[in-house]
Design a protein around this ligand. Structure first.
Ligand code: DQA
Length: 148
């Protein structure tokens, strides 16, 4: 089983970026959480990040036929990108949305998620541990679907 973990803009700045909101751990710590969670379940893992909307669309498309599921933190594009929503719908792979911060407790504009409309579940406000929760939920979902 292969899980693709996609991270959007500014997540490469973790540790430096607004530490009161996103914590002091850096992007490599995020990658380690996701990789460890996949390895614990015997799944292959690719963690990928881009600051560019079109590149994220291309990466989602590349998952078609090559990955079994997607964990995605579209970052700011969560709240603006119909293109990312459409790409997730196009590949029709099970996807789980994750946000480090509790987006629902922040500014009103963060409470709309386009990507979330194509996801089976959202984890928000659990810090980097949200990546572990998202990976576990997604792998359980894929395994259950395979049994049916
Ligand atoms: C974020 C929340 C978004 O609103 C914000 O634009 C981000 C990070 C999070 O992980 O909490 O860049 O997705």
């Amino acid at each position: 089983m292969k899980i693709l973990v996609i991270n959007g803009p500014n997540l490469n700045m973790l540790g430096v970026r607004e530490p009161d909101i996103y914590g002091r751990e850096d992007y490599s710590a995020l990658c380690a959480v996701a990789e460890r969670a996949c390895a614990a379940r015997g799944a292959e893992c690719e963690v990928w990040q881009s600051n560019h909307e079109g590149d994220i669309v291309d990466k989602i498309q590349s998952a078609y036929g090559t990955a079994d599921g997607i964990v995605i933190n579209p970052a700011a594009y969560t709240h603006t990108s119909v293109a990312i929503l459409d790409a997730l719908k196009a590949v029709a792979l099970p996807a789980v949305e994750i946000h480090i911060s509790d987006v629902n407790a922040r500014e009103p504009f963060r409470q709309l998620s386009y990507a979330g409309m194509a996801c089976i579940k959202t984890f928000a406000g659990f810090g980097l541990d949200g990546y572990r929760l998202a990976v576990d939920y997604l792998i359980d979902y894929i395994k259950e679907s395979e049994e049916k």
